[in-house]
Design a protein around this ligand. Structure first.
Ligand SMILES: O=C(O)CCC(=O)C(=O)O
Ligand SMILES: [Fe+2]
Length: 353
C-alpha cells in the first residue's frame, strides 16, 4: 500500500491557523524538516519526542531525503502544541536539532478515471481504425517552432472558445462546408515543406495527399476540445491531415453501429450539448496525439468515424495523468471537393442522402 502521501495545505483567506501557522489550514499532521534517519534520528525516537504532546499515530518519510518527516497526531490540538513547542527551536529530545515545522495535509488520491472513459492508445496499430494513420515526429522541434511563429505573426479569428485561421478556402462553421467560389489564394509558403512531406508519404492509400488546397489552423486553450463530427463529405475529398503542435491532446473516435446512426443530429452540427450516455450503440476509441505528430484520416476513418477532442484539462494515458499544455495548435490540410461525394459510406454521406 505504501505510506500515506502529504502536501502543504492551501492558504486560507484570512486569519485561520494559530500556533504560528497563521493563514494556513491546521491539521493533525506536521511536516518536520531537519529531522529523520539521515541525521541520526530514528522514526521511533521522533515518535517518542512528539508523544509528549499527545498520541502520535504515525511517523513517515516526507520525501526521499531522510531529513524530512511527517508526524501524525490523533488530533489537531496535539499537533498545535508540538508545533508551538518545537518549531524553530533546538529540541533537546532530538539531539538538540533545530526543527522546522509546518502543517501538512493528506494529498488527495488521483481522481479515478470516469466510468465512461476509454483506454487511450499510443499508436494507430493499437487503435485499429481502418484508414487511420499516425506518424510521430513528423516535423522537428525547430520546424514546429517556426510554424508556430509563422501563424502567430498572422491574424487569428476568435471563435467562442478557440482561435482559427483559414487558408486556401474559408471554412463556414454554420454549414460546415466551404464556399468553392470564394478562394482565398494559395496556401502560405511556410507550409510547403510539410505538404511536400505529406505527398511523399508512401504508406498512405488515399490519393489526395497531393494538391491539398484548404488549410485550417486551430488553437485550443487548455480544457477546450472539439465536438464530435465527421468532416462533411461534400466539402472535402478523402484524406484529412492534421498536424499537432505545441501541446498534446487526446482524440476520440466513434463509429455508430448499423441502425443507431442519427444523421441529422450528428452529421453537420456542433455536438456540445449531446449526452454521450444516450448513444450507447457505438464503437469508441481514443488516441494520444503528441506535438509534432501527423494524424491522417482516410477511407473508413475519414468517412464513417466521428472524431472529437474531449473538453478536459487533464487526460489519462496508460494510467499517467497528462496535463494539457497552455495551448495546442493544429494544422489541418484538406482538399476541397468539386463534385458530389461518391463514397461507399452512404449513411454518413450528405451528398447521397
Ligand atoms: O484539431 C485537430 O486536430 C482536428 C481539427 C478537426 O477535426 C477539424 O478541423 O475538422
Ligand atoms: Fe475534423
Amino acid at each position: 500500500m505504501g505510506s500515506p502521501k502529504f502536501m502543504r495545505p492551501k492558504p486560507r483567506g484570512h486569519g485561520g491557523g494559530g500556533g504560528g501557522g497563521g493563514g494556513v489550514e491546521r491539521s493533525p499532521n506536521l511536516y518536520v524538516a531537519n529531522c529523520g534517519p539521515a541525521v541520526g534520528l530514528s522514526f521511533d525516537a521522533i515518535a517518542r519526542a512528539f508523544s509528549e504532546f499527545g498520541l502520535v499515530t504515525g511517523v513517515y518519510a516526507a520525501d526521499e531525503s531522510g531529513t524530512r518527516v511527517i508526524v501524525s497526531f490523533s488530533d489537531e490540538g496535539c499537533a498545535d502544541a508540538a508545533f508551538t513547542a518545537f518549531n524553530c527551536r533546538p529540541c533537546s529530545m532530538l539531539a538538540g536539532r533545530f526543527l522546522h515545522i509546518r502543517y501538512s495535509v493528506p494529498r488527495p488520491s488521483p481522481p479515478v478515471r470516469g466510468h465512461d472513459s476509454v483506454e487511450v492508445c499510443l499508436t494507430a496499430k493499437e487503435l485499429n481504425i481502418p484508414g487511420l494513420y499516425l506518424f510521430h515526429d513528423f516535423i522537428t522541434p525547430k520546424e514546429e517552432e517556426e510554424l508556430l511563429a509563422a501563424v502567430d505573426s498572422r491574424t487569428w479569428i476568435s471563435l467562442a472558445k478557440r482561435r482559427v485561421q483559414h487558408y486556401g478556402y474559408e471554412f463556414c462553421y454554420q454549414t460546415r462546408n466551404v464556399d468553392t467560389t470564394k478562394r482565398l489564394g494559395e496556401l502560405p509558403s511556410f507550409v510547403s515543406p510539410v505538404l511536400e512531406r505529406i505527398s511523399a508519404c508512401t504508406d498512405l492509400d488515399c490519393a489526395t495527399a497531393i494538391n491539398l488546397d484548404q488549410f485550417t489552423v486551430n488553437e485550443y486553450p487548455p480544457g477546450v476540445g472539439l465536438s464530435p463530427h465527421i468532416d462533411t463529405h461534400s466539402a472535402f475529398e478523402d484524406g484529412i491531415f492534421s498536424l499537432s503542435l505545441a501541446g498534446p491532446c487526446i482524440m476520440e473516435f466513434r463509429r455508430y453501429q448499423e441502425g443507431s446512426w442519427q444523421s441529422d443530429s450528428v452529421m453537420s452540427k456542433d455536438m456540445n450539448g449531446e449526452d454521450p450516455e444516450s448513444s450507447i450503440n457505438f464503437l469508441r476509441r481514443a488516441v494520444y496525439l503528441p506535438p509534432r505528430s501527423l494524424l491522417v484520416l482516410s477511407g473508413e476513418a475519414r468517412y464513417a468515424w466521428l472524431h472529437y477532442i474531449p473538453h478536459h484539462k487533464v487526460d489519462y494515458v496508460k494510467d499517467n495523468l497528462i496535463r494539457r499544455a497552455l495551448r495546442r495548435v493544429s494544422f489541418t490540410f484538406r482538399k476541397v471537393r468539386r463534385g458530389p461525394c461518391r463514397c461507399t459510406y452512404i449513411q454518413y454521406c450528405d451528398s447521397q442522402r
